[in-house]
Ligand binder design. Structure first.
Ligand SMILES: [Zn+2]
Length: 530
């Protein structure tokens, strides 16, 4: 029976990979393309890892798995927690594969914490609280330690390395090197049907240092031949070397999939969506934000956080005092990327002020303001596309989606700024929807239809002849698995992981309040929160 090796480079984009391939810097990726097919893999809206990896895991759009942002709000409150595996309100292929008796091994796949009870092995990825079991079986971390290939969690908090690229790159290379050795050990010591590993150093590096590696960034020419430029390319060379090492462990009839969860674009101008809403008169900040809001970067922010704690201003996860709800008509609801805004609707939001009768009028006003807004410095519109919720989301959890969705224009990030609009500071790249895919295996043919991230779950199940228990939004990529392969349907052997419809108190999250605070600190380091 053929097996599947899946390698994800979080944030990989052909804009950056192709020039590196042309320089001969990625020989193993080149070899994989030579014996397979490459294409653009369309991600999700919103275009960030915390919505995209759940779509990878389930094969459905965010409206069907319910994860739109790095934080989820406890219904009827302003209380927010980091999303976890339990936030995914649809059954994943990870569980379906396991139910079919297939062995899945997962290394650093985001959103697999807390690890589900499966036939196989998991070293969970994403942002993890310390001191909790993040592996399946529970002693896997110990096994790796004993084997001399210890797993390391978290790290690469690029925003805390502001203007210290050398130190950031040292950490990225060191942590990734350790994870490569552990992943090789997992491949050699497991009888896997699916081996899936995700590599995040590409994403983290491109956020901070696209200006050294993306040829369309205006500073690229000046930076590319510097020592930092070389070291940035080492991040890709390290992962390419690992790709060769993993592929060398496959058999000729195995399917190899190389993907990213989203692509990347160069950024020279940044927005802070709540500040932009304030500029248009839709939002008011409270006094505490005036004091602490500007303290965004690195060590200064750490001090600000301590002050927050001392003053008791520190909320559960977010800093809920930052918005004056009684004077706010619209606010950011995809805080990690600024791509989502909601109306402060009475009866739905805890401190809603917009009368339901005025909802459409206010939403139109907000959409008009955001979509017609022109950056005076460039003469360009930072928002490339804007949608009403119902234009994008039709699934069963569409009611918890933001009311307004946006895509940033080229060279713009809708987050990472300290004010409404400014020159990019310690950020030179952000996400875009066009990711990458390479497939190599005995049945691989050129893509007839554009492949999408939501196609991965049904395709993996079809490749391994395992039935699905849910209806996927995505399709089986016959160009990858052959025209005969299909996914049969089965009833789930046990209920899909579900969180209660109206969670309250401690059941609201898979993590405690203290763990949520700790995870939030990592999320700040990754630029997902201010
Ligand atoms: Zn990212």
């Amino acid at each position: 029976m053929p097996r599947v090796l899946l390698i994800g480079w979080d944030g990989a984009d052909w804009r950056i990979l192709e020039p590196l391939i042309e320089r001969g810097a990625l020989p193993n990726l080149q070899a994989l393309i030579d014996r397979g097919q490459k294409g653009v893999l369309r991600s999700t809206v919103p275009t960030h890892s915390w919505a995209a990896w759940p779509s990878f895991l389930t094969g459905v759009d965010p409206a069907d798995h319910g994860v739109y942002d790095i934080l989820e709000t406890v219904p009827g409150t302003h209380k927010q927690y980091p999303v976890t595996y339990e936030s995914i309100k649809e059954r994943t292929f990870v569980e379906d594969l396991s139910a079919a008796g297939k062995v899945g091994v997962y290394a650093d796949v985001p959103l697999l914490f807390p690890p589900p009870d499966i036939n196989g092995k998991i070293a969970a990825g994403g942002v993890l609280p310390k001191g909790r079991t993040y592996t399946r079986p529970a002693d896997l971390a110990e096994q790796l330690e004993k084997a001399g290939v210890p797993w390391v969690i978290n790290g690469m908090s690029w925003t805390t390395y502001r203007n210290r690229p050398e130190q950031y790159l040292d950490e990225a290379l060191e942590i990734t090197g350790k994870r490569i050795r552990a992943t090789e050990w997992l491949m050699d010591n497991s009888d896997w049907d699916l081996m899936a590993s995700v590599w995040v150093s590409v994403d983290r590096t491109q956020h901070a240092l696209s200006n050294y590696v993306a040829p369309d960034h205006p500073d690229y020419e000046a930076n590319v031949k510097t020592p930092i430029g070389w070291k940035v390319r080492d991040v890709y060379a390290q992962l390419d070397h690992a790709l060769g090492s993993f592929v060398s462990r496959t058999r000729p009839d195995d399917l190899v999939l190389f993907i990213s969860d989203h692509g990347f674009q160069s950024v020279t101008r940044t927005i802070q969506m709540d500040h932009l809403l304030k500029k248009f008169g839709f939002l008011e900040f409270s006094a505490s934000n005036v004091v602490f809001g500007p303290m965004q970067w690195g060590p200064v922010r750490k001090v600000a956080r301590k002050v927050y704690d001392r003053l008791g201003l520190h909320g559960k996860v977010s800093l809920p005092q930052s918005v004056n709800w009684s004077k706010t008509k619209a606010f950011t609801t995809i805080r990690s990327t600024g791509e989502g805004v909601s109306i402060n609707l009475a009866g739905r939001e805890p401190d809603g002020i917009v009368d339901p009768a005025d909802f459409e009028k206010v939403r139109d006003q907000v959409m008009d303001a955001l979509s017609s807004f022109v950056d005076p410095k460039t003469g360009r519109k930072p928002v490339k596309a804007i949608y009403r919720r119902e234009e994008i989301f039709k699934g069963k959890h569409a009611d918890t989606a933001p009311d307004i969705l946006m895509e940033p224009a080229e060279r713009y990030s809708l987050t990472h700024a300290k004010s409404a609009l400014e020159d990019a500071d310690w950020v030179s790249g952000d996400h875009r929807i066009e990711g990458v895919i390479v497939a190599a295996g005995p049945n691989v043919k050129p893509f007839e239809q554009p492949p999408m991230l939501v196609d991965m779950a049904p395709t993996i199940l079809a490749a391994l002849d395992a039935p699905a228990t849910i209806e996927h939004t995505g399709r089986v990529l016959h160009e990858v698995v052959g025209s005969d392969a299909k996914v049969s349907r089965a009833e789930p052997s046990k209920p899909a992981v579900q969180i209660p419809a109206m969670p309250s108190g401690d059941e609201a999250s898979a993590v405690s309040d203290t763990e949520a605070d700790e995870m939030e600190e990592h999320l700040r380091g990754l630029g997902y929160l201010e």
